[in-house]
Design a protein. Structure first.
Length: 148
């Protein structure tokens, strides 16, 4: 699961939680402060998804990875790694302590989300990417996924 998919799944889990969990006689989703947190997380997830879509468009347009065994190249879209951290923080904030337990699906999802984001940052720090990606107007930092 990639950055955008993990981020959206974390948001979906947070939404399900705030709709199901009641506090002070009403669902958490009815509290304005919680609504703001969920809206912010949804915005971050949408931003990351749009950045990945743009990255895929550039990859398709430039033929990056054509003829290789790579099924698709998933690019480091500007801000997607930072968005991952914000999504994880917001999802855990609305989920509360239960979301940190080992067996909870949110912990598993956000752990994966943060691992993928860290890999993206590491590749960025190492200066990976460039070539046709830069020429096509991308960020110059591409991460190739080998079917992961």
């Amino acid at each position: 699961m990639g950055l955008a998919a993990c981020g959206q799944h974390a948001v979906d889990l947070a939404i399900r939680h705030v709709q199901d969990r009641e506090q002070f006689g009403r669902p958490l989703a009815r509290f304005q402060a919680v609504q703001h947190l969920v809206a912010e997380a949804k915005g971050e997830a949408a931003s990351a998804a749009a950045a990945v879509e743009r990255a895929v468009e550039v990859v398709v347009a430039t033929g990056f990875g054509r003829g290789s065994t790579l099924p698709v190249a998933v690019a480091r879209a500007p801000g997607s790694a930072a968005a991952a951290g914000r999504i994880a923080r917001l999802a855990h904030q609305v989920d509360g302590a239960m979301g940190f337990t080992l067996e909870h699906e949110l912990r598993c999802t956000t752990t994966r989300l943060l691992v993928v984001a860290r890999r993206v940052r590491q590749r960025e720090a190492l200066g990976c990417g460039g070539g046709r990606w830069s020429a096509a107007g991308g960020s110059g930092r591409a991460v190739a996924a080998r079917g992961r």
